[in-house]
Design a protein around this ligand. Structure first.
Ligand SMILES: [Zn+2]
Length: 351
């Protein structure tokens, strides 16, 4: 009896001390994870002026306390490499090794993914990364954005939004450094993009500052004081191992930077910074023929491609408006007036 009593007392002391250090359960949508657990569930977007939708969500609750990091992909459901990367992250992350909590939303725009529709949610024709912070009584994109703002952005401390070249975008990998003017937050996001490891980085300093009109997901987090970055890899519907690995390894490196995983992050030592992006658009509808590859350095005036009519006559030539790197170029022959032919990043030595 006495021995049993001592064992019980020891167990009680151990349980109490563990209880002080451990964290409580964490719920996002229908997913609840207790410390040391990985749980899956859905963000249930109720029906409104159009149909309801269920967005998959995973909560990885580390055994030890730490920050909450949100990882979101598939706002554009045919930017496949970014979606597959987060599917891998869901499998790789071991809650026993994680300090803090990771919220993973691997596929925001399910209808786009299922129906293979680029750029928009086919339910309401809206981009799912342009209507943040969303509205509880809007169309499906707005209601989903509202739920993600409330359930994911407001609950996290840091956020990474994953994108890539869409079905019609031949893109080389890059990330965005959102420069807000808040020195402390900018220093953190600066380190996050360097830790992520993509060596081409766009400095984005003209983003909306109003949290009620934040438009983009990462900007919704940044305008709420939560450091957030956006990253892009993958192109034209492909799932290349190099692109997926870059996104998975970048995620692990940022988690090391945030001290959510053991080890040191690998920081980009010599990034190429872009201070300005030039978007070249098509002037006339027709058939597009590219003349340069993604990632090519072009001088001002260089021919990027041309458009013919449906009889093969050249009707438009696209030229680089400035020297820079082709971050992406149209990947398909379809061209209508106003479509993007290419995005050129102008290099800056003073980011
Ligand atoms: Zn995207």
């Amino acid at each position: 009896m006495k021995y049993r009593w001592v064992v019980s007392l020891v167990l009680l002391i151990v349980a109490t001390s563990v209880g002080v250090k451990a964290q409580a359960g964490f719920t996002v949508g229908t997913a609840t994870a207790t410390p040391g657990q990985k749980a899956t569930g859905f963000l249930e977007v109720p029906a409104g002026v159009d149909a309801a939708t269920s967005i998959p969500v995973v909560v990885v609750r580390g055994a030890k306390p730490g920050p909450v990091l949100a990882l979101v992909s598939g706002a554009h459901g045919t930017e496949y490499a970014s979606i597959i990367a987060l599917e891998k992250v869901i499998q790789i992350l071991d809650p026993i090794a994680v300090q803090g909590t990771v919220i993973i939303v691997p596929l925001v725009n399910i209808q786009s993914f299922e129906q293979k529709v680029p750029h928009v949610n086919p339910v309401d024709g809206k981009s799912m990364n342009r209507f943040y912070p969303g509205k509880p009584d809007g169309t499906q994109t707005e209601r989903a954005s509202w739920l993600i703002t409330k359930q994911v952005v407001e609950r996290c401390d840091y956020l990474i939004d994953y994108h890539g070249g869409d079905l019609d975008e031949n893109l080389r990998p890059y990330s965005y450094w959102p420069k807000t003017g808040n020195a402390k937050q900018d220093a953190t996001t600066h380190d996050m993009v360097l830790a992520f490891g993509l060596d081409h980085i766009i400095v984005w300093s003209d983003r909306p500052a109003d949290p009620s009109a934040s438009r983009y997901l990462d900007n919704t987090a940044n305008t709420r004081g939560k450091p957030a970055i956006a990253v892009e890899a993958g192109y034209s519907g492909t799932v290349q191992p190099d692109d997926v690995h870059a996104l998975v390894n970048g995620t692990m490196s940022v988690m090391r930077y945030l001290k959510m995983l053991p080890g040191s992050p690998v920081m980009v030592e010599h990034p190429v910074w872009f201070g300005k992006i030039d978007t070249v658009t098509g002037d006339l509808p027709g058939i597009f023929y590219p003349l340069v590859q993604r990632g090519t350095y072009v001088e001002q005036g260089m021919k990027l491609g041309y458009v013919t009519d449906y009889f093969g006559n050249t009707i438009y030539e696209a030229h680089a408006p400035a020297a820079g790197v082709v971050l992406y170029i149209c990947a398909v022959p379809s061209m209508k007036k106003g479509d993007t032919i290419a995005n050129i990043g102008e290099i800056t030595n003073n980011p």
